[in-house]
Design a binder for this molecule. Structure first.
Ligand code: BGP
Length: 463
């Protein structure tokens, strides 16, 4: 047996988000999710919405105590725009929210858990979606920078790691391209413009943060997914290239290198779906690259050339160029319907090293969602999630290999800490090191929680 060893300062943590863990108590505004659930509960698993979630708004002290017990070094959650900001136009904060986030952050710091604060986890205040069309409108990007500046000013003396957006592409895809997030539009122009405006909001926030001269760093979390083509045929290779442009390089290139890939801009031009921009905005993007990157990884993206060629009258969609490839005999997590393929985490790590200047990065999400985990309880009531331990172990082995080969990866955050509410899937898939009882909202550490405690204490594990 060989030891898979990580450095003593490797950042072992977990990730969640405000809208999935806090609950709605005391919020001055409704988020997109609260509004959408009230309007259309049928779209949510078992018709369960975000009103209570983990109730961390009231129970965060219990969460932090368990983090401390497990030895977890950091925790990413998000500050909800719709909670922190009372006046969305000026960025003036809500007093109750300021007190809550102050206490939450102070509690983490006192427990030796570094707070990693994200500013957007798919949760636009609904008023901004209705009034302006959300991120399709540049004014919303300006309002986001005001919100971010308020957060930096209030908490930047203690929060040393900031994230502007979590998976911006996923949000824009869901809301404006593929109809899985309210307002459920299907429009490639809306998609490219929203992505661009989010990039402006991001770059403006990076600029604002750096101007404040605080002692800390700022980055973004993306789901960088190197696509795996079905074959080396030209159609399959083109599928992979275009997928890569529209989902990975669309944020990685401007956020790390300061500009879009030419191929991406050429494709938009060719299909007449370019976004509106100015040269000053492009300067802002160029001058405000990130200090680090967070990368979420769950499953690989296999692609193939599309089966059907578009009709000349069709409106352009990026997937004119690619279809998902469901490779026969893939190893699956049947609960979530996602493939399990740990090697991709190594490919991601080496891509960051080779194509993105070996920028500092960390695994900001990775995890395994499973149904009905109560089935796996032992006589003490602990959920024995050996499948999760195996899943994490395999990913860590590949990650460790990449670190040995020079990739600048600084940490690993599991999705998630306590089982939380997951958008339209509500509580269907459980991901945590800690389980959540939906009746009492009580927390119980799972076997994987005790396992990671050992890993952290030993800086690794035996293979
Ligand atoms: C990521 C999101 C998280 C979380 C996770 C698990 O993409 O950043 O918010 O939800 O996926 O996915 P799901 O909840 O859909 O099972």
């Amino acid at each position: 047996m060989a030891k898979i060893e990580f450095s003593a300062d490797f950042d072992w943590g977990t990730a969640s988000s405000g809208p999935q863990s806090e609950g709605s108590a005391d919020k001055p505004h409704e988020s997109l999710w609260e509004y959408w659930y009230a309007k259309d509960p049928e779209r949510f698993y078992q018709q369960v919405g975000p009103k209570i979630t983990c109730d961390s708004y009231h129970r965060y002290k219990e969460d932090v105590a368990i983090m401390k017990e497990l030895g977890l070094k950091s925790f990413r959650t998000s500050i909800q725009w719709s909670r922190l900001i009372k006046d969305l136009e000026t960025g003036e904060p809500d007093e109750k929210a300021v007190a809550f986030y102050n206490d939450y952050i102070n509690e983490m710091i006192a427990a030796g858990v570094e707070p990693v604060m994200n500013l957007f986890h798919f949760d636009t205040p609904i008023a901004l979606e209705h009034e302006y069309g959300g991120f399709k409108n540049k004014h919303v990007a300006e309002l986001f920078v005001k919100f971010a500046t308020t957060a930096f000013t209030l908490f930047g003396d203690r929060v040393k790691r900031w994230i502007t957006f979590n998976e911006p592409v996923a949000h824009a895809k869901g809301a404006y391209l593929y109809d899985f997030i309210y307002p459920n539009e299907v429009n490639t122009r809306s998609y490219t413009q929203a992505n661009y405006n989010i990039l402006l909001a991001h770059a403006g926030s990076v600029e604002a943060y750096h101007k404040l001269n605080l002692d800390g760093e700022i980055g973004i979390v993306v789901d960088l997914l190197p696509p795996i083509p079905r074959s080396q045929n030209s159609g399959d290779l083109l599928a992979a290239e275009v997928f890569d442009l529209f989902t990975n390089r669309i944020f990685m290139d401007p956020c790390v290198k300061g500009e879009y890939a030419d191929q991406y801009l050429e494709l938009l031009e060719k299909h007449n779906c370019n976004f509106e921009y100015t040269s000053e905005e492009l300067e802002l993007i160029k001058n405000n690259t990130v200090d680090f990157i967070g990368i979420n990884y769950y499953q690989p993206q296999r692609v193939k050339a599309p089966a059907r060629l578009p009709n000349i009258n069709d409106v352009f969609m990026p997937d004119w160029y690619f279809d998902n490839y469901e490779m026969p005999n893939r190893r699956m997590n049947v609960h979530r319907g996602w493939e399990i393929y740990p090697k991709t985490i190594y490919d991601i790590a080496m891509r960051v090293k080779n194509e993105y200047g070996n920028i500092k990065w960390y695994v900001s999400e990775n995890g395994m969602g499973v149904h009905d985990e109560d089935r796996f309880k032992d006589e003490t009531g602990m959920i024995c999630d050996d499948y999760r331990i195996e899943f994490i172990q395999e990913h860590l082995q590949w990650l460790n290999k990449a670190i040995q080969e020079g990739s600048n990866c600084q940490g690993y955050h599991l999705w998630t800490f306590v089982d939380n509410w997951s958008w339209t899937n509500a509580y269907k898939n459980r991901y945590g090191y800690v389980s959540l009882d939906l009746k009492t909202r009580n927390r119980t550490i799972k076997k994987s929680g005790y396992w990671i405690k050992e890993v952290i204490a030993n800086n690794g594990f035996e293979e």
